[in-house]
Design a protein around this ligand. Structure first.
Ligand SMILES: [Zn+2]
Length: 386
């Protein structure tokens, strides 16, 4: 039961991502477990319109064969190139053996008609000469075939090479140097994959793009943070490529599927992403959002919330009244100022949640409606508004 539910959710997520506009979706290695293989086959059969299906595998013929048998569009192979991994994960293999193994696997995958990405692992603790040598070798692979006596050379090189900081040790400057150097050595797409152990993954991804990388591997939350980073410089491109108004729904669906909460301070979709505490900020934003916001919430189908505290001003409260659908223009200005004063007074005593602020605004609104009702206006709207 649980298995079928999980598969249904995985298929939904893949469909949502494809409709959102991602080019590739990478699935778990089908060799990991029978379930992984079945899931991979099921998602391949969806026939997604936009996204191609890839799977991440070890650089072995067994894994590559299983992946191709599942019906994927491409196989992302990876092999360790740092001294640490060669010694402790690959049984002491040298770079000659690793390169030979990589070429054998890549040729096999290409012969099955699938795309190939070849990535080193622990790239930033690998020897630079080793790295560039193996990337060059997989970039320019050629096989010779004869056609009616004529020798023909076919390029079976990879479509993408990958740089992976699988320990999260790289700094943006190191990333720029390596990707820039690699850009001069290979003609393929360059993909990057960063772990966030030291908090540099988003900065490293952005720097890699500046240095010539063409693809970023990412996951749900990370996608969002990278998009947030790219919006100030590449807004038109991002708006044309992705359906940004679907971002929050996808994130909520994934969070529910994997049973985690979306952090309150997430960029873009977090509860506090577009909230402002200080009255001077809120006032300026209400006049012109670009004064304090580099991202436009409406690009993502969202709206600003002006957070309340003792620093809150009456402009922010007026805006919140409107956000709650309580028609701020029907409020006398002194009422808005009164409720603001009350909120500031309470915020001096305790941290005010948004729910508490809203409740206070609603109670003022109710009083206002009642006084209008006593003055002969329709009391029915009191019930509707509250
Ligand atoms: Zn990783």
């Amino acid at each position: 039961m649980r298995t079928s539910q999980l598969r249904r959710k995985s298929k939904c997520i893949a469909t949502m991502l494809s409709e959102f506009g991602v080019d590739y979706i990478e699935l778990t290695n089908p060799a990991a477990s029978p379930q992984s293989r079945d899931d991979c086959e099921a998602i391949c059969k969806l026939g997604l319109k936009q996204a191609k299906i890839l799977t991440h595998t070890r650089c072995t013929l067994e894994d590559a064969k299983l992946a191709c048998d599942c019906g994927v569009d491409g196989v992302d192979v990876v092999i360790g190139t740092s001294q640490f991994l060669r010694e402790h994960s690959l049984g002491g293999k040298d770079m000659v053996a690793i390169t030979k193994q990589a070429i054998e696997v890549i040729e096999y995958i290409k012969s099955r008609g699938c795309e190939v990405r070849f990535s080193s692992e622990d790239s930033f603790r690998s020897d630079l000469v080793d790295l560039l040598s193996i990337y060059r070798a997989v970039n320019t692979l050629r096989t010779a075939t004869t056609n009616r006596g004529c020798l023909k050379r076919n390029n079976v090189g990879v479509g993408r090479v990958g740089v992976a900081d699988t320990v999260g040790c790289a700094s943006p400057r190191q990333v720029y140097d390596l990707v820039r150097t690699l850009r001069g050595c290979v003609s393929t797409d360059i993909e990057v994959h960063f772990h966030d152990d030291t908090g540099c993954a988003v900065a490293n991804s952005f720097t890699a793009l500046e240095a010539g990388a063409t693809r970023i591997q990412t996951w749900s939350d990370f996608t969002k943070r990278k998009m947030a980073r790219m919006m100030p410089t590449s807004r038109d491109y991002i708006l044309s490529k992705y359906k940004l108004d679907q971002l929050k729904a996808i994130e909520d669906f994934v969070a529910e599927a994997v049973e985690i909460n979306v952090p309150f301070n997430n960029p873009i979709t977090g509860f506090c992403a577009f909230t402002h505490k200080a009255g001077i900020h809120a006032k300026a934003i209400l006049n012109s959002p670009s004064t304090y916001e580099i991202l436009k919430p409406e690009d993502f189908g969202l709206s600003s919330v002006h957070f309340t505290s003792r620093l809150t001003g009456w402009n922010a409260i007026k805006s919140r009244v409107d956000q709650l659908g309580l028609d701020a223009n029907s409020w006398p200005e002194d009422q808005i100022r009164q409720v603001t004063a009350k909120i500031k007074q309470m915020a001096d005593l305790k941290v005010m949640t948004l729910d508490e602020t809203d409740a206070l605004i609603r109670s003022f609104h109710l009083d206002l409606q009642k006084s209008h009702g006593q003055n002969g206006q329709n009391g029915e709207s009191v019930e509707k508004a509250t």
